[in-house]
Design a protein around this ligand. Structure first.
Ligand SMILES: Cc1ncc(COP(=O)(O)O)c(C=O)c1O
Length: 434
């Protein structure tokens, strides 16, 4: 099929997420390593791993082979059945999470993983309220969408039936403060909301889509202590931050805490087949030992996904990908700091492992965002277009450019991509007050 035909049919029949229907998509012909190619043969650095999920790029043969081998046995059996790849994958995930973790429930992605966590938190505690942060994204389904804090929740919110409460993020660049001040503010809110009604606090250990907000040291440890004090479950959403993205198996591992439930997706299969799930503590697992978990999905623990997941975890392990990411992250940090020192349009850069964002401002001293929060604007779509025209593909929300490259990116590839970023930021510099 020709590119024009593909685009025509796409425009006519496909509804795309998070974009107006008249947005013209890129027609992608193939992927190889950290790059993908359009139908004109143009090459793009995949600097977002698509939606921060294709963490190993496009060409990992052992994952492809594992999917094919599973197909030879069976592609699918109902979730109630046991089979080798599902058993081994769950065991590996529990081992990877370490500490008090005991069991896994598989879903098809991140939104339904958070639905499962929500269901568990309410059932286990017998409480209904859920606290989460404003600058967060936890999914698009009714529960996970209401847990999300960013404007994508608005279409799902029902204020009359709302047990979903929000608190502010430890966003030190914009709000100042310390771990202690954020925790004191949250404790006050918990007290005002009647702690006995709060089932769970959901947090992304490191906020992803909303601009890589890294909690100050002590924040997650304090949050763990605070939730324990009030009998509230702590759910860490590791959908984007998990599986090496931050240089460790899970983001929360940087601060040495044990949440009650961990939701995961994306990097578990690197997008080769959709898969998500929750890893739960021994206490949560024991709660369900003689009780029914009233939740299920036809494709929970799909065999092709489990095969891909097992091969992906094996690949991470065999190639020491998490340690390599931590090391490559040092170069990413240095390159980002260089951009910040060069370009007046850069207000802040944030990075941990290969998880990073460039925050654009109109005026550095006043930290005025280049695009106002929650408002349609033309400048950020232009930034992404300029990058894409030069072969650098990524996304971001509000005034952030998220940069989450494949974990296998080489030093030369990273430097090459940053030459493109440098060019584009020089153009944007002309349009800000400095
Ligand atoms: C932190 C986080 N949680 C949950 C989700 C939802 O996952 P999915 O799109 O697989 O449903 C996302 C998706 O970007 C995410 O970044």
């Amino acid at each position: 099929m020709k590119k024009e035909e593909i685009l025509l049919l796409d425009q006519q029949y496909n509804q795309h997420p998070w974009l107006p229907g008249n947005t013209e998509p890129l027609a992608i012909a193939r992927g190889e390593g950290i790059y993908f190619y359009d139908y004109d043969g143009k090459r793009y650095y995949d600097m977002s791993c698509q939606l921060s999920c294709s963490n190993l790029g496009f060409s990992i043969d052992p994952i492809k082979e594992a999917i094919k081998a599973q197909l030879d046995d069976f592609a699918y059996v109902a979730p109630a059945h046991a089979f080798e790849t599902k058993s081994r994958l769950a065991q590996k995930l529990v081992q990877l999470a370490g500490g008090h973790f005991a069991k896994v429930f598989f879903t098809c992605g991140g939104s339904d993983a958070n639905e499962a966590a929500l269901n568990m938190a309410r059932t286990v505690t017998g409480r209904s309220k859920i606290l989460s942060r404003y600058r967060s994204y936890h999914g698009s389904t009714l529960g996970s969408g209401n847990i999300s804090g960013d404007p994508r929740r608005f279409a799902l919110e029902n204020p009359a039936a709302n047990g979903f409460l929000k608190f502010f993020d430890p966003y030190v660049y914009r709000r100042g403060g310390t771990a202690e001040s954020y925790l004191a503010e949250l404790e006050e809110q918990i007290q005002h909301e009647n702690p006995k009604e709060i089932a769970a606090v959901f947090v992304e250990s490191v906020t992803g889509a909303n601009g890589i907000i890294i909690p100050p040291d002590g924040y997650l440890q304090g949050l763990r202590a605070l939730t324990k004090k009030y009998g509230i479950l702590l759910v860490c959403d590791e959908v984007m931050a998990g599986f090496g993205r931050t240089g460790k198996a899970f983001g929360f591992r940087h601060w040495d805490i044990e949440p009650d439930i961990v939701s995961f997706a994306k990097g578990i299969t690197c997008g080769y087949v959709p898969l998500g799930g929750v890893i739960v503590s021994d206490a949560v697992a024991r709660f369900y030992q003689d009780r029914v978990f009233q939740f299920g999905l036809t494709y929970s623990g799909h065999a092709l996904a489990c095969a891909a997941g097992l091969a992906t975890l094996q690949y991470y392990e065999d190639n020491a990908i998490f340690a390599q990411t931590a090391a490559r992250g040092k170069l990413l940090g240095a390159l980002l700091e260089e951009q910040k020192s060069k370009h007046p349009c850069v207000g802040d850069v944030r990075y941990i492992g290969l998880f990073s964002a460039v925050e654009l401002v109109k005026n550095r001293a006043k930290k005025e965002p280049i695009a106002p929060y929650g408002q349609p604007n033309t400048i950020m779509p232009r930034v992404f277009k300029l990058l894409r025209e030069r072969g650098f593909s990524t996304y971001g929300r509000e005034n952030n450019i998220n940069i989450t490259p494949p974990l296998i990116i080489t030093e030369a590839e990273l430097r090459g991509a940053f030459e493109v970023l440098d060019d584009v930021l020089s153009i944007i510099d002309q349009e800000v007050e400095g």
